[in-house]
Design a protein around this ligand. Sequence first.
Ligand code: SAH
Length: 214
Amino acid sequence: MHHIDWLSARQRMVERQIAARGVRDPRVLEAMMTVERHRFVPEDVVEFAYSDQPLPIGHGQTISQPYIVALMTELLNPQPGDTVLEIGTGSGYQAAVLAGLVSQVYTIEIVEPLAEESHTRLLDLGFDNVTVRCGDGYAGWPEHAPFRRIIVTAAPPSVPKPLLEQLTVGGRLVVPVGDAFQELQVIVREESGYRVQRSIAVRFVPMVGEAQRH
Ligand code: SAH
């Protein structure tokens, strides 16, 4: 139906958009090379699956630009035994990228049809270590906490406290913080507090729900 060489398109994406911009972690590059991004975008935009941009996935939401997914994954520095929490499942693409790098991914999506679609998609594609739940990610997922890694892919005005609390000591949280303009932050939990590292300016959809009341 589509006469597109997906593998070559993916290779070009990794070389020109991701490695060329400085993402170096070989495990991240490998994951971006492995996960079939074209399975995560709607049919009407599938020809742009490997282009250098976010794409609409319905319900006013987007799948992030490939470079941003790769950068956030590298900043998260996921390790093989880790349990990861993601807030903002969207298409399920970021969760799928993480699934190959860690032992378990828990992901929360507030828009019910998106949660259902990505749950079905991830099952169909054989990602059996990703659990999708519909709900407000502000509260994290206490039943599975603490997490060694937490990644937030919608922007809260300030970092949700429950997410900080559900991080292990030594754990890392990657989150775009701010309103219209956001800064990507890496927050590392230490024995006696949190250390914040600032990364690049980014633009994400707002984290809705409880986050907007703090
Ligand atoms: N990681 C996604 C892209 C996320 S777009 C991917 O790989 O495709 C941001 C998503 O966060 C949207 O689907 C939006 O509905 C969701 N979202 C916004 N606020 C949320 C909240 N409070 N809890 C959980 N999900 C939320």
